[in-house]
Write a protein that binds this ligand. Structure first.
Ligand code: SAM
Length: 283
């Protein structure tokens, strides 16, 4: 018996017009559709006349369900994988199923479409020739700052996802760790009624979002320019060293040593410490 195919299908991130005709046609023909939440996907699919059996596949049951789904594919069925919105596997479930399907030698075929990261990058006006997708930063402040510190010297553009309830804290931490002047963009509610794309320094974006509750609603992609010239790279390195050293040394000594090792001005490192402290006080 010929094995079936697993189709990995992108769905809209807002505007329903972004559902491709080929995606709709494929979803109408498969034996079953794997989705994160059947209650969420059923109405979207029904609107397009797609009435195939739905299977819930999410991070808690994916590893277990993958084996059964691979059996069905090997038995000749074709399946589709969708997520709540956008492209499956991009900060969404599906990796384990795709891996297991490929390990079984079964064809996996993409039906590309909307992806918030790529949509944001296409309108941010920040270098897009080399970029790093980091998805969601850790939710806990200390872990989030540690991740930002790891990324501080990255010269490629950073692409981050964020939710409404953490956008202000995340921007505050990005300012403190990457510096007030770093160029960034916030793409909010892309393809939806309140679509907004702002760009400017991290300090100006933070001020804008903090001051206006409307700018804190919805879904966000944050695009941050990579570290630019040599002076900015030194500063990023100095901040990283300062943060690590200040866990073991008094702040003045940590700043002096970090400045010597990185070549960054000592004052700039103290400044970063003050801003970080104020951020944590607020949270
Ligand atoms: N798989 C999806 C994709 O291809 O973009 C991403 C899923 S992830 C669970 C959801 C996050 O994507 C949101 O918290 C937000 O950061 C981003 N996102 C999704 N839709 C968006 C939109 N319309 N505008 C801005 N960001 C969006």
């Amino acid at each position: 018996m010929t094995a079936g195919t697993l189709y990995v299908v992108a769905t809209p991130i807002g505007n329903l017009g972004d559902f491709s005709p080929r995606a709709i046609d494929t979803l109408r023909r498969v034996d079953a559709i794997c989705c994160e939440d059947t209650r969420h996907s059923r109405p979207l699919l029904a609107q397009h006349g797609i009435e195939r059996p739905l299977l819930a596949l999410h991070e808690h049951n994916e590893a277990q369900l993958a084996a059964t789904l691979v059996e069905r594919l090997l038995g000749g069925q074709s399946l589709a994988l969708i997520s709540d919105a956008g492209t499956p596997l991009v900060s969404d479930p599906g990796f384990r199923l795709v891996r297991a399907t490929r390990d079984a030698g079964v064809r996996v075929s993409p039906l590309p479409g909307a992806c918030a990261a790529i949509a944001a990058l296409s309108v941010a006006g920040i270098a897009s020739d080399r970029f790093v997708f980091e998805g969601f930063l850790p939710a806990k402040p200390a872990a989030r700052r540690a991740r930002l510190l790891e990324l501080a010297s990255e010269s490629r553009t950073l692409v981050l996802y964020e939710s409404a309830h953490r956008i202000v804290e995340m921007l505050a931490d990005a300012r403190a760790v990457l510096g007030d002047e770093r160029h960034a963009a916030i793409a909010r509610e892309l393809t939806k009624v309140f679509e907004t794309v702002l760009d400017g320094s991290l300090a100006s974006l933070y001020a804008r979002v903090e001051a206006d509750p409307d700018q804190r609603r919805g879904e966000f992609v944050v695009i941050v320019a990579g570290v630019g010239d040599a002076a900015e790279a030194k500063l990023a390195q100095g901040r990283r060293l300062y943060t690590q050293l200040s866990e073991h040394l008094p702040p003045s000594q940590a700043a002096k040593l970090a400045a010597e090792l990185s070549g960054a001005p000592r004052k700039a490192l103290y400044g970063a410490e003050d801003r970080g402290q104020r951020t944590e006080d607020r949270g």
